[in-house]
Design a protein around this ligand. Structure first.
Ligand code: AOF
Ligand code: ZN
Length: 365
């Protein structure tokens, strides 16, 4: 059984993992703490994709000789085989670690089995400490590896009557500054942010991570789902402040595709669904292959509705403002639930007050 020192170390490892959200794709978030033989913290590490080292290796580098006879506390089962980096299981053995405590088993077929490698070398291994916390923070990667598509969060900001704009299309400042800042914090934790072409035409969003006016140094990939390549060349989503992918179909005129490419955007031609729109299944497959683990869908109602209809939404973030509009764009459209028994049921996971607005988090049951 894990002792108090190991439990405290796992809390720290989970915090280290969380601090790297948005910077590990296509890899998981992982945190590690090395305790020396006396139970003192000898090293800490986390994984950031650009820095290559896995969390265990980063922590071992800090610990040096103090790892000998010590314990490694890791949020994910150490990897079994040499991939982009050497096997962490073997690196831990070589460093003289005698005990490994990890939270979540590694479901990645290429890397699972690290616990067996450790045990075969005589290391004492314990699994499951703070499993639920660690799994929740790595939720996007765990779902992406299992489903072989990005984890999808659908976010909307609406009036209390579920409208995202008024009848004339005006939509500025439905929610307040706290809710808007929260959206930027969440964009910072995802790998890509998607909208449909109607949203680009109606709202001209920039889809970047900004703190106040300042553009954050890391930006998620911007994705416009635009089956016929109608994105205006002066749209803010093409402003060059972050990478942009336009997902079209064979129905997009070649000269429009060329014009979009000339702005620096990447344009992909994907299969169309029955209604002529870009297939969301093909879109998710393309993004997964491109290394996107967590996709944030910010509307509009058709794109979100298509994903909901296909049951491809893993989490819903709803920001609701104390304003009643009464007409205008709904949060969802295109969803085929003619009768209440067919409606998509979710469970409420969290309610947070943000200024005068409320943020709710739902997950499918
Ligand atoms: C990470 N960081 O801290 C741990 C990982 O391609 P590679 O060699 O970087 O291996 C990636 C896999 O290694 C990853 O999918 C997961 O299964 C395992 N563990 N990966 O990126 C880490 N511990
Ligand atoms: Zn590893």
């Amino acid at each position: 059984m894990a002792n108090e020192t190991e439990t405290a170390a796992m809390h720290r490892a989970v915090a280290l993992a969380v601090s790297a959200l948005g910077r590990t794709a296509p890899n998981p978030v992982v945190g590690a703490v090395i305790l020396d033989a006396g139970g003192n913290v000898a090293g800490e590490g986390r994984h950031v994709f650009a820095e290559v080292d896995h969390a265990e290796t980063a922590a071992l580098k800090q610990a040096g000789e103090r790892a000998r006879g010590g314990t490694a506390v890791v949020t994910l089962e150490p990897c079994a085989r040499h991939g982009r980096t050497p096997s962490c299981a073997l690196t831990l053995v070589e460093a003289g670690v005698v005990r490994v405590v990890y939270a979540v088993p590694d479901p990645n077929p290429a890397q699972s089995g690290g616990a067996e490698v450790l045990r075969a070398s005589g290391v004492d291994v314990e699994a499951g400490l703070l499993h639920d916390e660690a799994a929740r923070d790595n939720e996007a990667w765990l779902v992406a590896v299992r489903e072989r598509r990005p984890f999808v969060t659908w976010k909307y900001a609406a009036s209390l009557d579920g409208r995202t704009s008024a009848a004339d299309g005006s939509s500025k400042w439905v929610t307040g500054p706290e809710a808007r800042a929260d959206v930027h914090r969440i964009r910072n934790e995802v790998d890509a942010v998607a909208v449909g072409i109607s949203t680009v035409l109606a709202d001209d969003p920039q889809l970047t991570v900004r703190f106040g006016e300042t553009l954050h140094e890391r930006q998620p990939l911007r994705v416009v789902v635009d089956s016929t390549a109608r994105t205006p060349l002066d749209a803010r989503v093409l402003d060059g402040s972050a990478r942009t992918l336009v997902a079209t179909t064979g129905a997009a005129p070649a000269e429009r595709v060329e014009a979009l490419r000339a702005t620096g955007a990447e344009v992909v031609v994907l299969p169309a669904a029955g209604d002529g729109h870009t297939s969301v299944e093909a879109l998710l497959a393309h993004l997964f292959a491109a290394g996107v683990v967590h996709l944030l869908v910010e509307g509009g109602p058709k794109l979100a509705g298509t994903l909901v209809d296909a049951r491809l939404v893993d989490r819903v973030l709803g920001y609701v403002a104390p304003v009643a509009i009464g007409s205008g764009r709904p949060t969802l459209d295109n969803v085929g639930a003619p009768t209440i028994d067919d409606a998509w049921r979710l469970r409420l996971d969290d309610v947070t007050r943000l200024g005068d607005d409320v943020r709710m988090i739902w997950r499918p049951v």
